[in-house]
Design a protein around this ligand. Structure first.
Ligand SMILES: Nc1ncnc2c1ncn2[C@@H]1O[C@H](COP(=O)(O)OP(=O)(O)OP(=O)(O)O)[C@@H](O)[C@H]1O
Length: 236
């Protein structure tokens, strides 16, 4: 599904990824975690071909992605900050993305799930942050592709929308898909993730299940296990 070998990326003098290796061979929900600025979004954008690495090889769905773009049609991506033109109405942006993708979509179910009907004729610039995020989730999950990448999908969501999001992610996983998700909300991660991928100092510090992480850190609580990595490695 995703194979990354010795990935390096620096911005100016800032060496963000330092020979990162990552292999994701099966479906499931993988939480990409790590401190602020550890390179989670950089890694995701490298997988999407939006950040060009300095060195290393990335293969997605079985093929190296260098100088390729077609593979992106098989990926759904929810960016951390989606910047769609504010003067477009919700129904217009949905139609625009559908026209661009030219793929079957099931937006009606998602619009109804998030109760977005009253907003379809409203301009994006007039929506609250949480409602915008619901629209972004619809735009991401309305297509049916094997790889889904969600960068901070919970931002701004109310509790009911969060329950729907978790359910949707689990449904996609049941279809055998691979879902990469970043989040700073540890409760959300603990509820949905099959595996944790923890980035630190430009490499993968830990990849494995939550029980394995608890064993490794000697912590019985997930949030404390994550915090323990930060404390241990800062002290080192
Ligand atoms: N386009 C860019 N130009 C220059 N520096 C960048 C660029 N994109 C990211 N960086 C830097 O790379 C580092 C990693 O950023 P990145 O956004 O990948 O981290 P992150 O782990 O996703 O952080 P957060 O948890 O805060 O979202 C940061 O120091 C950031 O300032």
């Amino acid at each position: 599904m995703i194979q990354i070998e010795r990935l390096y990326k620096k911005f100016g003098k800032n060496q963000v990824l330092r020979g990162l290796d990552l292999h994701i061979d099966k479906g499931g929900i993988f939480a990409i975690l790590g401190p602020n600025g550890s390179g989670k979004t950089t890694l995701i954008k490298a997988i999407l071909g939006m950040v060009v690495p300095n060195k290393g090889v990335i293969s997605v769905l079985g093929k190296p992605i260098k100088n390729k773009w077609r593979y992106r049609q098989e990926i759904e991506y929810l960016p951390q900050i989606a910047n769609f033109p504010g003067n477009l109405k919700v129904k217009e942006i949905i139609r625009m993305i559908k026209d661009l993708r030219q793929e079957p979509s099931d937006e009606e179910r998602l619009i109804s799930l998030f109760s977005l009907e009253p907003f379809l004729d409203k301009k994006l610039s007039t929506l609250s942050g949480g409602t915008k995020q619901k629209v972004n989730i619809v735009l991401t999950l309305m297509f049916d592709n094997p790889l889904i990448i969600l960068d901070e999908p919970t931002t701004g969501l109310d509790p009911l929308a969060l329950i729907h999001l978790k359910q949707l992610i689990r449904e996609e996983k049941e279809k055998g898909k691979t879902i990469l998700v970043t989040s700073h909300i540890m409760r959300f991660v603990e509820e949905v993730a099959d595996e944790i991928v923890y980035l630190l100092e430009g490499e993968i510090y830990f990849k494995g299940s939550i029980p394995d992480l608890k064993t490794k850190t000697g912590q019985s609580d997930f949030e404390h296990a994550i915090a323990a990595i930060a404390i241990t490695t800062t002290d080192a």
